[in-house]
Design a protein around this ligand. Structure first.
Ligand SMILES: Nc1ncnc2c1ncn2[C@@H]1O[C@H](COP(=O)(O)OP(=O)(O)OP(=O)(O)O)[C@@H](O)[C@H]1O
Ligand SMILES: Cc1ncc(C[n+]2csc(CCO)c2C)c(N)n1
Length: 257
C-alpha cells in the first residue's frame, strides 16, 4: 500500500472566498441545483465553467438581471446540444467564451476539464475541481462521474462532486484524514468500492468502523454509515481507491440566501 496520508477539508462548502494560495474551479453540470448551493460554491471558487446545458441552470438561477450579470461564467463548453439559444445569446453578448467541441467520444464534463488543464498549464497552477451535479439523475451520467473522478485521481490532487444531497470524492489508496463540517454535513456517509475488485478498509471516527476488513461490490459495502457529532475527523485507510460520500444538510433556508 502507498504510504501517503492525505488531509481533506471541505471548508469551501461555507461559501467563503478562498485564500490566495488555493485555486478552485467550479464546473456547473446540466442538472438542477439550489440557488443556495450555487451561491456558496460560486463564492468559494475563482474559475467558473458551464458544461453545455449547465449554463441554462446558471441563467435560470438568477431571475434578477443584475444578479445574473454579476455571475458570468469564464467559459461555456460542450457539444452545445443542450444549451438554449437565448442563454447562448445572453452570455455571448457579455463576452463569455462559448466554445463548441463536437467530439462525440468525450462528454461535456471532460471537455471542461480539458480547458482547465490548458489554463493550469499557462498559470503553472493546479486547481481543485468542484463539480456541481453529476451524482444523481441519469444513471449513465452518474456512473460516468464515478468513473471519471476515479481516473482523475491519477493526475489531480482534489476533485469533488457536490449536489444538494451529497458531497463525494475518490480516496486513493493510502491513508486519509477527513475534516468533518458538522454544520453542513448530515449524519449519513458511505465508503463505496467502485471500479475495483476489492479493498481492505480500516476506519475511525464513524458510527460503524472497519478494522482491516475486505470491502467489495460483491461483498461488504459500508453504506448508511454515520458521522459521530463528537468526532471532528474521520480517518480511512484503504488499499485501493474508493468513493467517499457524505450527506449534506439542507442549506436553502440559510439566512444568507
Ligand atoms: N441527468 C444527468 N445526471 C447526471 N449528470 C448529468 C446529467 N445530465 C448531464 N449531466 C452532466 O452534465 C454534463 C453536461 O450535460 P449535457 O446534457 O450537455 O451532457 P452531454 O455530455 O452532452 O451528454 P448527453 O449527450 O449524453 O446528454 C454532462 O457531461 C454530465 O457530466
Ligand atoms: C462506445 C461509445 N458509446 C457511446 C458513445 C456516445 N458518446 C459518448 S460521449 C458523447 C458526447 C456526449 O455529449 C457521446 C455521444 C461513444 N462515442 N462511444
Amino acid at each position: 500500500m502507498a504510504s501517503q496520508r492525505k488531509t481533506w477539508n471541505v471548508k469551501f462548502l461555507h461559501g467563503n472566498k478562498p485564500t490566495t494560495e488555493c485555486r478552485y474551479g467550479l464546473v456547473i453540470l446540466n442538472q438542477p441545483f439550489s440557488l443556495a448551493l450555487l451561491r456558496r460554491l460560486w463564492n468559494s471558487t475563482q474559475w467558473h465553467c458551464c458544461a453545455d446545458g449547465g449554463a441554462n441552470h446558471l441563467y435560470d438561477s438568477f431571475p434578477d438581471e443584475q444578479d445574473r450579470a454579476s455571475h458570468l461564467p469564464d467559459l461555456i463548453k460542450g457539444d452545445l446540444d443542450s444549451l438554449r439559444a437565448d442563454v447562448r445569446e445572453y452570455y455571448a453578448a457579455l463576452d463569455v467564451p462559448v466554445v463548441q467541441d463536437d467530439d462525440q467520444d468525450s462528454t461535456d464534463l471532460m471537455k471542461c476539464v480539458s480547458s482547465l488543464r490548458t489554463k493550469e498549464a499557462a498559470e503553472d497552477l493546479e486547481y481543485t475541481i468542484i463539480l456541481l451535479g453529476g451524482l444523481s439523475g441519469r444513471l449513465d451520467q452518474t456512473i460516468h462521474t464515478l468513473s471519471y473522478l476515479h481516473k482523475l485521481r491519477k493526475e489531480r490532487k482534489q476533485v469533488f462532486a457536490i449536489t444538494d444531497d451529497n458531497i463525494g470524492w475518490v480516496l486513493d489508496e493510502g491513508e486519509h484524514e477527513i475534516e468533518i463540517e458538522h454544520d453542513i454535513m448530515g449524519q449519513t456517509c458511505g465508503i463505496l468500492p467502485v471500479g475495483i475488485d476489492s479493498t481492505v478498509l480500516s476506519t475511525s471516527g464513524l458510527r460503524w468502523n472497519l478494522e482491516n476488513q475486505l470491502s467489495s461490490f460483491d461483498g461488504l459495502i459500508s453504506t448508511s454509515n454515520h458521522l459521530v457529532p463528537e468526532e471532528k475527523t474521520v480517518r480511512i485507510r484503504t488499499s485501493k481507491p474508493v468513493w467517499w460520500t457524505a450527506e449534506l444538510k439542507n442549506i436553502s433556508h440559510d439566512a444568507r440566501q
